[in-house]
Ligand binder design. Structure first.
Ligand code: ARG
Length: 460
């Protein structure tokens, strides 16, 4: 084994087991681009401030560029025995440039380096996730446009409650996703501060220019406190939370799709390319994708809990525990991307069985509220109207009738206010058409919210 970076202080090589245990390159290797980006900015600043000779700074930057292109092209492989990506790149630079390479780590520590790298890395990932979530929102919005007249039952307690449209139901998810996008923006904004220059924990005696590195790396400003600079991982927790909520939204819709696919509902049919069969039951067509998304939501929630638990007892400043941040947040990021990417084509190929939705809406007395409202509009207090309608529903159930088929005489036995026009008032189409309060399910009201959401998505 090669000498460790800190061999001077130690009389022994580190034990093989400890080396393997400590090493994080297997998972932080994915940040090589961002590590190099951070090092280039640092080297430029060192040269400009006269902390290292300008020629050395330029040579380091060139060397780092070459390493970057060698890793990108596969000419240089990451050494699995290196302790982490930071040590690997620095060692490689020194291998290539000799003494000049050894100057890079002046006025810097791995503690501020890793803090910069994760921020840069997650900043890119957030952009990608945000774009995916936006595409998903647009997909749902386009589906909604086609279903403003598709009547379906709305549920509470999973009991048929009042009629809505499929467009209305889909739009509820569009608003959730718009909030998810806002949350990603907030997270990105709050984490965009530069810890570089915090050093190990207590800054440095060199006359560095933190403003310069912050600007070079596209941060809003340097972090104002070096202890906070190296030990803050709030942004990982915040992103983890935003990701958990995205998964929660996907999972709720997944759960609905799973139900809707069942023979008991049959509201939708998944495309064959997005369903799976059974190894034994020839009739099966399973919604595996949605189930896996529901399952992975637990995993992403677990990542969030990992981050919170990792941080809660840590004294300032850096502690090795913090190395555990990466696997958790990377796992969450990877799985969210995977889920959204699969969800989009699954949704857009899903067949909507409008007739089944409508038939379900026609059963289950979902026009009972409208029947009560009919009496209210004729002057009866709502509570009395509610009671009368409840009695009528009970009669219908007993006689195997619906409110639409109950004879008008039966209605009039309960109240003189009932007339032939009750049938029109409680017809499914009226019930949906008249629910045009702002944010309601009528085709007219839904078209208004679609326009509103479209505008919100455009400004993105
Ligand atoms: N691999 C470490 C991490 O991910 C880098 C920082 C190491 N710093 C240290 N003082 N050991 O957190």
């Amino acid at each position: 084994m090669a000498d460790m970076m800190w061999a001077g202080r130690f009389s022994k090589q580190v034990d093989e087991t400890v080396n393997a245990f400590n090493s994080s390159i297997a998972f932080d290797g994915r940040m090589y681009r961002h590590d190099i980006q951070g090092s280039m900015a640092h080297a430029e600043m060192l040269g400009d401030c006269g902390i290292i000779p300008k020629e050395d700074s330029l040579e380091i930057i060139d060397g780092l560029k070459e390493i970057l292109s060698d890793i990108d092209s596969g000419r240089l492989e990451l050494d699995p025995n290196a302790e982490d990506i930071h040590m690997f790149i620095e060692a490689e630079l020194t291998k290539r440039l000799g003494d000049v390479g050894k100057r890079l780590h002046t006025a810097r520590s791995r503690n501020d380096q890793v803090a910069v790298d994760i921020r840069l890395y997650l900043r890119d990932e957030i952009k990608e996730i945000r774009a995916l979530v936006r595409t998903l929102a647009v997909t749902l919005l386009n589906m909604a446009k086609e279903h403003t007249e598709t009547v379906m039952p709305g549920y509470t307690h999973l009991q048929r409650a009042q009629p809505v449209t499929f467009a209305h139901h889909l739009m509820a998810y569009v608003w959730m996703l718009l909030r998810d996008m806002e949350r990603l923006d907030d997270t990105a904004k709050r984490m965009n501060y530069c810890p570089l220059g915090s050093g190990a924990l207590a800054g440095t005696t060199y006359k560095t220019n933190r403003q310069q590195t912050s600007e070079l790396l596209g941060f809003t400003a340097p972090m104002p406190n070096s202890l906070d600079g190296v030990s803050d991982r709030d942004f990982c927790v915040e992103l983890g939370c935003a990701l958990s909520l995205i998964m929660t939204h996907l999972s709720r819709l997944s759960e609905e799709i799973i139900m809707w696919c069942s023979w008991e509902f049959k509201f939708v049919e998944l495309d064959d390319a997005f369903a799976t069969g059974s190894s034994i039951m020839p009739q099966k067509k399973n919604p595996d994708v949605t189930e896996l998304i529901r399952g992975k939501t637990g995993r992403v929630n677990g990542d969030l809990v990992t981050l919170l638990s990792m941080l809660k007892g840590l004294p300032l400043a850096y502690n090795k525990d913090m190395q555990e941040d990466k696997e958790a947040i990377f796992d969450a990021v990877d799985n969210v991307k995977l889920c959204v990417k699969t969800f989009i084509p699954m949704l857009s190929t899903m067949r909507v069985l409008k007739d089944n939705m409508r038939n379900a809406a026609a059963r289950g007395f979902i026009n009972a509220t409208d029947c009560a409202d009919y009496l209210v509009k004729k002057g009866m207090p709502f509570r009395d109207a509610y009671k009368i309608t409840g009695t009528l529903v009970a009669q219908c159930i007993e006689k195997g009738l619906t409110l639409e088929t109950l004879p008008v005489d039966e209605y009039r036995k309960m109240s003189e206010l009932f007339g032939e026009d009750v049938y029109e008032a409680i017809s499914l189409d009226t019930c949906v058409r008249e629910r045009k309060s702002e944010g309601g399910p009528s085709p007219e009201a839904v078209k208004a919210q679609i326009a509103q959401a479209e505008k919100a998505l455009e400004t993105e």
